[in-house]
Design a protein around this ligand. Sequence first.
Ligand SMILES: Nc1ncnc2c1ncn2[C@@H]1O[C@H](COP(=O)(O)OP(=O)(O)OP(=O)(O)O)[C@@H](O)[C@H]1O
Ligand SMILES: [Mg+2]
Length: 416
Amino acid sequence: MPRLDLKAGEVYRIEGLISLEVKEGKILVSGGLREKGDRITIPRAKSVPLEAETDAQIEYTLGAGGVVEKLPGRTIPSDWDAFLKEVIETRPRVVLVIGSVDVGKTFLTTYFGNRLLAHGIRMAAVDSDVGQADIGPPTTMGLGVFERPVAQLYEVPLRSLYFVGSMSPSGHMLEFIVGMKWLVERGLKYADLVLVNTPGWVAGGAGRSLQLYTAELVNPDYVVALQRQTELEHLLSCLPSHKIRKLTVSAKVRKRNPSERAELRALLLGKYFESAKSVVLNLSKVRFERTYVRTGVPLNPEKFGENILYAERVPEFTILVSKWRMSPKQIEELAAQHGPIKVIVQGEEKNVIVGLASDENEILGLGIIEKIDFARGQMVVTTPVTDVDAIKVVQFGSMKVTREGKEVGTVRPGTF
Ligand SMILES: Nc1ncnc2c1ncn2[C@@H]1O[C@H](COP(=O)(O)OP(=O)(O)OP(=O)(O)O)[C@@H](O)[C@H]1O
Ligand SMILES: [Mg+2]
């Protein structure tokens, strides 16, 4: 096994796959202190700095893609540490981190979490990157509470989840913004300081709204703006200037291309469902959210035709679940008799991703719908959630996925 002797102050970049053990001395990985006997693994395509706090010795094994590279100096810009000093002095409760894609937002959150934890500040992080969430599975936002130093944000233990329903906040702005507030509030119960890591969607009408309403709602003490040039100025001009701290983007950010991102999303989701099993939910014991279905008054399906398995009146229309696809003419005829009609073909619900929550809307985990049997009043979902009796709420998402993590379709939010 290769050994490496480090002199105090030396800096290395390590990229996965690599496993290492500290044999002597003290090192900092992503700003987290590691000592003799500590072991660290960095997965493939992730890169973090390793700094020798004292003279030290490590032993390591490289896997596919693994790199150990000595650098001429630190990868942490000096203004990051100056800001940390200000945080230690002023003790803010909420710090919002904004920046475009690939500027090091997630790394900064990890580094700040580690450094401030070492100063005795109880730290939490809200990860609102719903596509490649580090805290919690894709389609969710997560709250993690730092308990010990971590090399990567995903090692921070998960405390609370909020289901957004898709791999992007697009089309789910309200869920996003409510989830953000919900998680920050929870974070403040467990921690002195909550770091809020936002998605890299910073421009366009929706991107601006997402960032600015988030900033307004969570009311941070500081907004950390990680920008390469001037790409955040249009947002910063709308925020109180005394809260803004512009920090430098590290030259050592490792960028990810779109195919790497898509691969990572599928990998994370597939991994989440690895241990999933089929479970049967009794519809009389769960409530549905984020769908029209089961929010109205049930009707006798027989009066709509022999193909109709289930009928329900909601204020907007009558929902019919049909055994087969109906022609526009048939639907028109029914509408002439009964008013506006919405037909769902049995089986259309298959593969829709759902959030499974407790009565207090605490997300217990995700599920993939196998089927809803309206006649028997049952629903079958694939889920890793083991405490099935605790599931009281099913929140409908807008994506169809397989348990391998493949995206196989979308559904309009609110229906399936
Ligand atoms: N200051 C730094 N020193 C060393 N490595 C860094 C630094 N900042 C970022 N990196 C590395 O660069 C990569 C990309 O950074 P990160 O994931 O934090 O960016 P991001 O802005 O969160 O990206 P995304 O837009 O995908 O959310 C990571 O592997 C991270 O460890
Ligand atoms: Mg990120």
